[in-house]
Structures are given as C-alpha cells and as structure tokens.
Design a protein around this ligand. Sequence first.
Ligand SMILES: Nc1ncnc2c1ncn2[C@@H]1O[C@H](COP(=O)(O)OP(=O)(O)O)[C@@H](O)[C@H]1O
Ligand SMILES: [Mg+2]
Length: 268
Amino acid sequence: MNAQPSADAPSQQRNAPALIEVRGLSLWYGEKQALHGVSFELFRGEILAFIGPSGCGKTTALKCLNRMLDGVRGLRIAGRIVMDGQDIHAPGVDPPLHRRRFGWVAQKPNPFPTSIFENVAWGARLHGIVRDRADLEAHVEHCLRRANLWDEVRDVLRSKAGTELSGGQQQRLCIARALSTRPEVLLMDEPTGSIDPVATRAIEDLLVELRPDHAIIVITHSMMEARRIADRVAVFHLGRLVEVGPTKDVFAAPRTPEARAFIAGRVG
Ligand SMILES: Nc1ncnc2c1ncn2[C@@H]1O[C@H](COP(=O)(O)OP(=O)(O)O)[C@@H](O)[C@H]1O
Ligand SMILES: [Mg+2]
C-alpha cells in the first residue's frame, strides 16, 4: 500500500485538545543558545514533520519532549512543555515514566546485536508489559506485525541477529522495538535518512499506518517525504520555529521569508 496524500488523512483529531503543547521553549547548551522561543502543539493521530537546514535545532527540539537531554552538562531550558495538561518538568514527574510514553527512532538503524526476538522482547520485559512467556511471544509477534516485518522474519526470529538484516529491515525492527513499550508518541529523527528509496517508501507507508494510534513527529530532509506523509509541517530556521501549518498550505504558500527560501531551495 502506498502512503496516501496527507489531504486524505482521516485521523487527525482537530477538536481534541493537544497531547503536547510547547510554549516559548528556549534552550542553551552552555553559552550557545540552540532554541529561541519555540511554540507548537502535537495532536494524537497526526504526523508532524520538522524541516529546516542542518543545525537549526530540530533534533534538540525533539529531544526536549521526552527529556532525553536531562543530565547534559550546562543545559538550560526556559518555557513550558505540557503533556496531557501536566508540565513535564514539574517536580512530581518521574523522568523514566515520562520517557516510557515515547518511542525513539534514530537516522541510522541501531538494532541490538542480539536475536530479532530479543530486540523486541527487551523493552517489554524491562517495563513489565508482559505477564508470562506466552504473552511475550504474542507481544513480539504483534509488534513485528505492526512494523510490517513479521512475514520477513518469522522463521529466523531466534537464529538471526537484528544486525544481520538489510538496512530497511533493521529500521523496521527498530520501529518494532520502539513499539514494544506501547508508546503514545513516536519521535523519529530522519528515520529514512540512511536507507534506499524502496525501503524508504516502506517506512513511510508504515508511519501512515501507525498514525491513527500515535502522535508522530518525523524530522526529514526530504520535502517529498514531508509532502507524502505529514499532516502538518514545522519549519525551523536558526533555532526558531518560523512557521507551522497544514502541509499543503505551507508548501503552496509559505508565509515567512525563511520558510519560502528553504522550500524553494529544496526539491528532493
Ligand atoms: N550536545 C550539544 N552540545 C552543544 N551544542 C549542541 C549539542 N547538540 C547540538 N548542539 C548545537 O545546537 C544546534 C542545533 O543542533 P541540532 O538540534 O542537532 O540541529 P538539527 O537537528 O536541526 O541539525 C547546533 O548548532 C548544534 O551544533
Ligand atoms: Mg538533527
């Protein structure tokens, strides 16, 4: 199945409150300010794409959401990130519990050098998602099916290491692994940035299939990819989020000079 154009997206819950609300987020790595007053919302059932030149703060903004930067020396954050009505930096929030609500997928597929089964079972076991062996087996199968990988690996679950798969399969395994903790939000930092075009389309189709049950942010350098799968796009420039809106509107008529220049200069 090919990804449908975002205009046909059935699932964005426009009337529901935002799952995550980011307000005036600024961030400094020591002396260097990487984010300047970034504000946006993320809804359940949508794919939001972050686009913009390298070094403009896309990965940093993504890592703030699941508190992945906690503990980085010299880090300072101002502004608010609210998830389900609660400030994620409030004293009562337990960072590991907060992080469990997110799955992370990196640009370069990074499966564990263990079996395919273990790659997916690990997180579920760690977080007590499953009760017993039979439950675990069913859960691993479910996650691999959701990642559109089951049919390709069902016969080698325990005999093949995750690292022995092709690049595109490895990335789908990493998505299955991310799904194994039942995250509400999927954060994807250029998930198709290092795989071939056919494997890329498989990942894009998969994200569209996962959309109804998740809130997804995907960083991409491909304008075509953003057009194919994103409901909305956020354009970053030098640490600022300069424009956010429905994909077709932003591409057809970017309102800011920075977004216009970036979109005009990129074709692939
Ligand atoms: N751990 C870090 N320490 C210091 N500076 C960083 C760190 N991570 C990123 N930066 C800087 O913050 C800016 C934004 O980086 P990043 O969020 O990775 O941008 P993008 O993902 O858009 O390429 C860049 O100038 C980068 O060099
Ligand atoms: Mg980045």
